[in-house]
Design a protein around this ligand. Structure first.
Ligand SMILES: [Zn+2]
Length: 280
């Protein structure tokens, strides 16, 4: 009898509790917006012309919008096309946020001031990275993220970067310091979008979690998965390394939403919201 009740409770919990990232309206943050009542058909939502992830909340369709790091403070809006093909807009306000500065010394000077050959490679790879991070597949996004490796946080998302006394792009992910060879696990269920070796990020794995949600694992010493492979949450995908532009072994972990790199920490400090069961 008790066993039956326990199983029933577990069933109800697993069907009604759904993890969302923390709403944080800062540059590089996430805006969760009610876009239509659940009684209506799924609307189409876009932000800055790109499609946006949509999930079913308890009462509403929720858009999970990745805010670019370059976003200015103030009002921004999403475009909503409803079931009657009518267009309307919803706005949200991005707050001012000050990211700290990090100064690093990189011993491989070509990784800071690349030569002509390296610059050509960087350009090619930049186009590839844009394509990968803008991948949008229609299936429901998997949002219940876990930390991909244990270790100390050694570089937060968004830090303004000074490398060998020169200004560079802000930090596009979270760094986790861990010994060479430690297992790196998939943060959520997904499909391998790309594996390879890139100039700055070294050996990488990109995972597609659906609806424009992508995760990247960089500087790996070993890659254990292949392109197109279906991966379960927590599955081994590679080993911590120091390939690419690094000061030592660590995992660089990035998360992309509607093409924008967002703060991965927002997916770990998640809240559980009662939502309708996800239809597969
Ligand atoms: Zn990093």
């Amino acid at each position: 009898m008790i066993k039956t009740i326990l199983i029933l409770c577990f069933f109800i919990l697993s069907q009604s509790s759904y993890a969302f990232p923390i709403n944080d309206l800062k540059p590089g943050g996430i805006a969760t917006i009610n876009v239509a009542p659940i009684t209506q058909h799924k609307p189409r939502v876009s932000f800055e012309t790109k499609p946006v992830a949509l999930v079913k909340g308890k009462h509403n369709w929720l858009a999970i919008v990745g805010i670019p790091l370059s976003a200015t403070a103030g009002f921004h809006k999403v475009k909503i096309v409803d079931e009657k093909k009518q267009t309307h807009y919803k706005s949200f306000r991005v707050r001012n946020y000050h990211y700290r500065t990090q100064r690093l010394r990189i011993s491989n000077k070509n990784k800071v001031n690349p030569n002509k050959k390296s610059r050509a490679r960087i350009q090619r790879e930049s186009r590839l990275k844009q394509k990968l991070q803008n991948t949008f597949t229609p299936h429901q996004a998997h949002l219940n993220f876990m930390r991909p490796v244990s270790g100390r946080d050694s570089g937060r998302f968004g830090l303004k970067r000074i490398l060998n006394k020169q200004k560079r792009n802000p930090h596009s992910g979270m760094d986790i310091a861990a010994p060479l060879g430690r297992s790196v696990k998939a943060t959520e269920t997904g499909t391998v979008l790309y594996t390879g070796n890139l100039f700055f990020t070294g050996n990488v794995v990109y995972l597609n979690h659906g609806n424009g949600l992508i995760s990247l694992y960089a500087h790996l010493s070993k890659i254990n998965v292949k392109k197109g492979q279906n991966i379960k949450r927590g599955q081994l995908i590679g080993k911590v390394g120091s390939t690419g532009r690094v000061t030592g072994p660590h995992l660089h972990w990035s998360v992309y939403l509607n093409g924008n790199t967002v703060d991965p920490a927002l997916f770990l400090r998640k809240k559980h919201t009662k939502a309708n069961p996800i239809k597969k």
